[in-house]
Design a protein around this ligand. Structure first.
Ligand SMILES: [Zn+2]
Length: 230
């Protein structure tokens, strides 16, 4: 009998399956218009210990709610919104928590010494939950990519042009970094991976440094995160 693989996040036995990204971000077929694909088929899973599988369910729930609120114009968001509004009605505390920290804001972007207003989202609290959920997904995908040979156990940075963390200004330097990232990932040789690209895909950019790479994660076509594994 084959020895079980270890957890994607620690050296414990990986006797459960962890979805990467969380299964909940793939809408159930019953919430979609007739004839929609079954987005819950062929999802990526990695071995996980019980602790690292259970630990993050609160973060995943928060991530999904935030995403759902962030994509009101998407065709996929629409049926998911219905589901989530129902869920919010049932779970008053979750609704209050999420709506209390979510607001649409206008930020000022600096371009050629001009401050240009841009609509975006502000997260004023619990950004650690998003960080944790995204980081777990990145670690799991990294393990999956290596066919369960390599794990990324060190800490790393996650950054997103869609969600602001620190303050209401996007500084010029950060914008340049994002522009470079987007350009690098526009290379058609860097293939998009994942079972259902309109829900989620990821790309890996190996930089030639020892073990260093950048991972791009795209949820619902336009919610982007970059993970810097250095
Ligand atoms: Zn573990």
């Amino acid at each position: 009998m084959k020895a079980p693989y270890t957890c994607y996040c620690c050296e414990g036995i990986g006797n459960t399956n962890e979805h990467a990204p969380p299964k909940s971000i793939y809408p159930k077929q019953k919430y979609l218009p007739e004839g929609s694909p079954d987005y819950r088929k062929n999802l990526i899973t990695v071995p996980s210990c019980k602790k690292h599988n259970n630990d993050k369910s609160g973060d995943d729930e928060y991530l999904l709610a935030l995403f759902t609120l962030s994509i009101p114009e998407s065709k996929i968001a629409e049926p998911m919104m219905k589901k989530w509004i129902e869920a919010f009605k049932r779970n008053d505390s979750l609704a209050k928590r999420i709506f209390s920290l979510y607001r649409k804001i206008t930020i000022l972007t600096q371009k050629n010494n001009l401050l240009i207003p841009e609509k975006t989202f502000a997260i004023t609290a619990e950004k650690e939950r998003i960080n944790n959920a995204i980081k777990s997904t990145v670690r799991a995908l990294y393990y999956h990519e290596s066919k369960y040979k390599n794990k990324w156990l060190n800490d790393f940075t996650v950054t997103s042009p869609n969600f602001l963390n620190q303050n209401l200004f996007i500084d010029v330097q950060r914008q340049e970094i994002y522009r470079d990232f987007f350009q690098a990932f526009a290379n058609p040789n860097i293939i998009k991976k994942g079972p259902h690209h309109d829900i989620f895909f990821y790309q890996m950019l190996e930089e030639g440094l020892e073990g260093a790479c950048v991972m791009k994660l795209v949820f619902y076509k336009h919610l982007v995160f970059f993970a810097l594994l250095v």
